[in-house]
Design a protein around this ligand. Structure first.
Ligand SMILES: [Zn+2]
Length: 658
């Protein structure tokens, strides 16, 4: 095991993990040595006879656990993007042990005493010290010995269940897939899709991670649509019980830590701060959104000639879009070729705004042949970091799209960032990869997160890049979506993959007009998920749930968002955002997307008021907001950028809820 690549820093440029050398059998020994090393380092900090200082306590903690960090960063990236059976076994084994390890540090009384004795000299130090203090209190540092024992038990059990939940989903995406023998039942799907899902005369359409499967917009056979929809909403039924267990254990943990419920615990260190603030915000949106969705439903039933059901919605929405707006979204696909979208769209917009440039680094490898590596440079030619791009869906990849860091930027270590984006685009059997407009938008969104990581310019890893409150982190990525439809950007990337012809102006006009349509659906689908998450995490300790599905229905009724035709974007059984990912998930945090969108809508307005896609605007956004990461108060950074507190009006306007 002398060659374990995690034992020494990677020698590759930017300390990119050496995926070519990393084998599955390296992970466990590296985790074990990493945890042991860090515990020794922490013991030394806690037992230091010298008086506690910022340098010998907080900074020393920031420096600790290097092997563990390298190992965990690479491992969890793989566990999301390419989770083979071997990786999943390791994840199941290591996750509870990592939780135990975290508890061993946070519940170390001597260490906590020293943290409380530290004094600071700069605002940056004071901010970081306070973060550490809050982390320790929220992890149970102030509890009695016996309470801490109970907490450790809860944490371990929570981690175990939250690891099983997404693993069940990964299995269900194919286990509950729509399987068809007679290709006629798939009428409406494109020839390339049909070809890509065919094997030995059987057609298998895997489930994507949300309720409303995209194929529902295309399948002409109503029975097939219904089957697909029901497979989607009923997948992984064993997860209902896991959800109940997670929610009740979280309630118990919150009570132990002095909070009335997990939601209160969860928002206390967010920008929202209180459950009331979240409820006030969501409450403002429910009524108008439901009214919009009901109006849309009437229109769709009129178009169908019968009262539509949930599995008909997308199909008739697409028809109305064609009839009313003369717009067929599939007409756009030939203009959205993946490589062009990335280089001439996503990279181009970032180049215009921030002056950055990208170079292919085909000499550097990811963990899978489909992963591409780019080196990113500032306008002055100085190195900024690496960007890895993993666009395609595969059976070993979890659903959705996300950004993660492989190396955190920090001046403490002199590290430049290595960040990556994952998408879930179906790889065509042959020929170019053509995207839907949603997928284009997602590519811009995820790159917004990537920029937040790449532009990080802070001293300490703990506050690097996207290490900001969860109800703030979606904001920069949402802002970056605006450039997907910015005329000069769109003109630059939306070219026909065969002819190179630009996308016809009238098609774009129609797309813009049609974009406003179906907003009721989108908002209700989202709000239902946010309010479902909220209901699960408002449980008080000791409250029991007999039946998860009954609970779900009642919760949505109570919140005024129950609507048979538009169900939650995620039902309880596949709500991975809130029931997976150990302790760092989006539990009681799904509201964050619309919370962040308030800031997003404000910022889009600012860019437009100031001339849009201009280098000066980009530089202002970068210096005030993107580069500071979590090194200062998030709303203060927003005020530095916008020059005022956020207002909700631009969001209401945008969503048609004003
Ligand atoms: Zn995001």
């Amino acid at each position: 095991m002398a060659e374990n690549p995690f034992f020494a820093p990677s020698a590759l440029p930017y300390a990119l993990p050496n995926f070519g050398e990393i084998r599955e059998e390296h992970y466990l020994p590296a985790f074990e040595r990493g945890m042991a090393d860090q515990l020794r380092e922490v013991e030394a900090i806690a037992g230091d006879p010298a008086p506690a200082t910022f340098a010998n306590t907080i900074e020393a903690l920031e420096r600790s656990g290097q092997i563990l960090k390298r190992t965990a960063t690479a491992f969890f990236s793989i566990a999301s993007s390419d989770a083979t059976d071997g990786i999943r076994k390791i994840e199941t084994e290591i996750s509870p042990r990592l939780t135990k390890h975290g508890d061993a540090i946070h519940l170390n009384r001597a260490l906590y005493r020293r943290i409380k004795q530290v004094t600071t000299e700069t605002p940056e130090e004071a901010w970081l010290l306070e973060k550490y203090r809050v982390d320790f209190v929220r992890a149970g540092a102030d509890l009695s010995e016996s309470e801490q024992e109970r907490l450790k038990g809860l944490n371990e059990e929570l981690t175990r269940i939250a690891t099983a939940f997404p693993q069940n989903l990964l299995t269900a995406s194919t286990a509950s897939a729509l399987v068809v023998q007679d290709v006629k039942e798939l009428d409406g799907l494109s020839a390339s899709t049909v070809k890509a899902i065919e094997k030995d005369g059987t057609y298998t359409l895997p489930l994507l991670n949300f309720t409303n499967q995209p194929a529902l917009a295309e399948l002409t056979d109503r029975r097939t649509r219904r089957r697909l929809y029901e497979l989607s909403v009923n997948r992984a039924p064993e997860n209902f019980d896991l959800a109940v267990k997670l929610a009740t254990l979280r309630a118990e943990r919150a009570a132990l830590l002095g909070y009335p419920n997990h939601a209160a615990y969860s928002v206390a260190d967010q920008t929202a701060k209180t459950t009331e603030a979240v409820e006030e915000m969501l409450g403002k949106l429910v009524g108008p959104a439901m009214a919009n969705a009901r109006r849309e439903a009437e229109l769709l039933s009129e178009e169908a000639g019968f009262p539509i059901e949930a599995w008909d919605w997308s199909f008739y929405a697409e028809k109305v879009r064609k009839a009313r707006y003369d717009f067929d979204s599939s007409e756009l696909r030939p203009y959205f070729e993946l490589d062009r979208v990335l280089r001439d769209g996503v990279f181009h917009a970032a180049g215009e705004l921030y002056g950055i440039t990208f170079t292919d680094r085909d000499d550097l490898a990811g963990y899978h042949p489909d992963v591409r590596v780019f080196e990113v440079f500032n306008a002055d030619g100085s190195a900024l970091g690496l960007f890895l791009f993993d666009p395609y869906a595969r059976p070993t990849k979890r659903g959705g799209a996300w950004m993660n860091n492989l190396v955190d930027q920090s001046h403490l270590f002199g590290d430049l960032p290595v960040v990556m984006n994952n998408l879930n685009i179906t790889k065509p059997a042959e020929g170019p990869t053509l995207l839907t407009f949603d997928e284009v938008n997602t590519a811009f969104h995820e790159f917004g997160h990537a920029l937040h990581g790449l532009f990080s310019d802070v001293r300490f890893p703990r506050v690097s890049g996207t290490e900001v409150p969860r109800d703030f982190v979606e904001y920069p990525s949402q802002v970056n979506e605006m450039w997907a439809t910015w005329p000069s950007v769109l003109a630059n990337f939306a070219k026909h993959h065969e002819t190179g012809e630009p996308v016809p102006a009238e098609l774009l006009e129609k797309m813009r007009a049609a974009e406003k349509f179906n907003q009721g659906f989108a908002t209700v689908e989202y709000l239902a998920a946010a309010l479902l998450d909220w209901a699960w995490h408002k449980l008080a300790a000791g409250e029991t749930v007999e039946n998860a599905e009954t609970f779900e229905t009642a919760a949505l009724e109570r919140a005024g968002i129950a609507f048979d035709l538009v169900r939650s974007r995620y039902r309880t059984n596949y709500f991975a955002h809130i029931f997976s990912g150990g302790l760092g998930s989006y539990s009681a945090g799904y509201y964050s997307y619309i919370w962040s969108e308030v800031l997003d809508a404000e910022s889009v307005e600012w860019f437009k008021e100031n001339g849009g896609l201009l280098r000066g605007n980009g530089d202002h956004f970068r210096s005030t907001l993107l580069s500071v990461g979590g090194s200062k108060d998030a709303l203060e950074a927003f005020r530095d950028f916008r020059g005022r507190d956020p207002r909700i009006e631009p969001l209401l306007e945008r969503r048609g809820l004003a």
